[in-house]
Write a new protein. Sequence first.
Length: 374
Amino acid sequence: MSKYVLGIESSCDDTGVAIIRDDGHICANMLASQYVEHEEFGGVVPEIAARAHLEKMDQLIIAAMRESGLNFNDLSAVAATCGPGLIGGVMVGMMAGKAIAAAHNLPFIAVNHLEAHLLTARLTNTVDMPYLCLLVSGGHTQILVAEDIDRYKRLGTTLDDALGEAFDKTAKMMGLPYPGGPYMQKLAQDYESRCAENGIDPKDIIAKYDLPAPLTQQKNLDFSFSGLKTAMRKHIDAIEADVISQQDAEELAYAFHQAVIKVLEKKLTRAIEQFKIDYQDALSALNTPPSLVVAGGVAANSFIRQALEDLTAAQNMTLIAPPVRLCSDNGAMIAWAGYERFKRGLVNELDFAARPRWPLDPNAEKRIGAGVKA
Ligand code: KG4
Ligand code: ZN
């Protein structure tokens, strides 16, 4: 008989509720995003986020159950994000999950949001562990190795801003709406198309802005994006007009993307080298080439996807980039991570405490400034 898991996500600004079947079929996947609520503040306001999760949660659970055609008693387990993230929101989803588990006598599974991002690849593709992961979201930027369920090794993390945060903050400086990542992408794409029409190489613009590629001279696999953000601010401040012209905005967005890609390529090339050496035996036991999994909202970026596609092809690796709607926060990834843990007998008690900080690799060295991004 098939098993079904309900998954609940509420760690940032997306309320997600989904039901997945044990073969990976997504029976329902409901999402309510809070763009409108946070737009005027240019970023996520924790208190507003928690209230918005509370307002939407019940309706989404009812809608997901209805869409799946299941009853609560048909479920095998209930999974909810219990961290890391904004604690008010996390508590809303966690308590909803615990209440359903208690009322229907179902196992409860406390899901680490980051683990769920990394396991999404196994919902959409057949991929064996170990695999290398690039997690790039609004809250996190990490390179990790997924060694096993519940066992991850962090190779690098950001020391300051997450990549999505750098996109959003730069976009805000340019007067773009929140979240700015997709708007930045659109501007860069428009620039590329305009160059193509005029027979210009878009890469010529890189020298004009000369943006930094922070930490690429260092051997470690850590990131820093605050210097890039500051460099962008200087260019934006140097523009005398009150409103940035379309041309300047397109050029800046394109140059920003190229700087980001340079950093990602440098760090990932080193990470791949290390991964292939450190996991040599496990990788040779696989019947497939090693995989790089990309996850998190920024993985939706078409320039980044293309750069990773080229990089992995050159390294005889397979890039696994789940569809955009499963890369950014959603309930299906929580339900799937819940199922993977349930299958291993990793269930939790109802007194499990929410964890605003919850590093995937407890043995990783602390990074000053990284905070919850570690
Ligand atoms: O994973 P996610 O939905 O939520 C977090 O856990 O943070 O990621 C949201 C982030 C935001 O910073 C958003 O601007 C960024 O992902 N993002 C993008 C794109 N789509 C979403 N960044 C760059 N290009 C995109 N196309
Ligand atoms: Zn996320």
